[in-house]
Design a protein around this ligand. Structure first.
Ligand code: CUA
Length: 331
């Protein structure tokens, strides 16, 4: 009898461990692992998933077995046997979970230490969240861009902040997510390991345009990255580029820059429409005023209070004039 129980327990244990192993090695729930941190996070996730699978089927299996085996049968009105505990069983079911939790805790801590290590001489990239766009700055080049490009294999530290409400910078393929908090800079270390284009999301409900607060990160070879940087520097004062780096495209539709935002009014053909807003007001003045004091006139059908009111500080007067002329020229 005792030998049969031991034999059955061994079979059950082997089946459960095999099942945990299959689930951990076959489950494919993650996007591509595009950073070195992603590889370690995925490995940790697989170990946790495997261990959880074994525990889940062990506990649920014991539960279902007990319900079937010890259920009340017709005509059986006896009390159950009076059981007052079982010391060795209680020691066992305390020690085993403790050991599992300690091992997982030590392993997780090692992974955490490893993925937060920025590596040797990382490049700094500043990430600025604002309603409703991500903007990027390369402080070594004193360059603001609307796209995030990174050279493959080079460690980066993101310095993440927000200019208005709390956003959350999230690149699923990097397995990295950090809140972008106004008045605070949060760091996140990444080393991209795969060339490609990966989505950037906002993971914190931040207002009407939260779901369109998307961007992408382009991971490319060092040569491609260098020529992109040079091209961006050449474009730094181009008004179309300014429209993107200032974040206008996050909320407004404009054909020439390929933006399709619907939080604010569309800006194509503004020269023709702007004159209708105020009697005798010329279009250039109307556009400039709308940039500097966005709540001064609200186009019917749109919400006040959504557009940032600090473009007067963020852009130089020359940049604002260049933007106004650029918008006036759009058919
Ligand atoms: Cu920014 Cu959600």
């Amino acid at each position: 009898m005792r030998e049969r129980t031991l034999f059955l327990s061994a079979i059950v244990a082997i089946v459960l461990v095999a099942l945990g192993f299959v689930v951990a090695s076959q489950a494919n729930l993650m996007p591509p692992a595009a950073s070195t941190r992603a590889v370690e996070v995925d490995q940790l996730f697989r170990v946790l998933l495997g261990v959880s699978t074994v525990i889940f089927f062990l506990v649920e299996g014991a539960l279902v077995f007990a319900v079937l085996r010890f259920r009340k049968r017709a005509g059986d009105d006896k009390d159950g046997p009076p059981i007052h505990g079982n010391a060795s069983l209680e020691i066992l079911w305390t020690l085993i979970p403790t050991a599992i939790v300690v091992v997982i805790g030590v392993y997780s801590f090692q992974v955490l230490m490893s993925i937060e290590n920025p590596g040797r001489s990382p490049r700094i990239v500043e990430i600025i969240g604002r309603q409703f766009a991500w903007n990027f700055r390369y402080p070594d080049q004193d360059l603001a861009t609307s796209e995030l490009h990174l050279p493959v294999g080079q460690p980066v530290v993101f310095q993440i902040t927000s200019e208005d409400v709390i956003h959350s910078f999230w690149v699923p393929a990097f397995r990295g997510k950090r809140d972008a908090t106004p008045g605070q800079v949060s760091e996140m270390a990444i080393t991209p390991r795969e060339i490609g284009v990966f989505p950037v999301r906002c993971a914190e409900l931040c207002g009407a345009g939260h779901s369109i607060m998307t961007s992408q990160v382009v991971v490319e070879s060092q040569d491609a990255f260098d020529s992109w940087l040079a091209q961006q520097q050449a474009l730094a004062n181009d008004p179309g580029q300014l429209f993107l780096t200032a974040g206008c495209g996050g909320c407004h539709t404009l054909a020439v820059t390929g933006n399709t935002g619907v939080v604010g009014p569309p800006l194509d053909g503004l020269a023709a429409r702007a004159g209708e807003r105020g009697p005798g007001e010329d279009a250039a003045h109307y556009i400039e005023k709308s940039i500097l004091e966005p709540d001064g006139f609200i186009v019917p059908g749109f919400q006040p209070g959504l557009m940032p009111k600090d473009f007067g500080q963020r852009l130089t007067p020359q940049q604002i004039q260049a933007l106004v002329a650029f918008l006036l020229a759009q058919p």
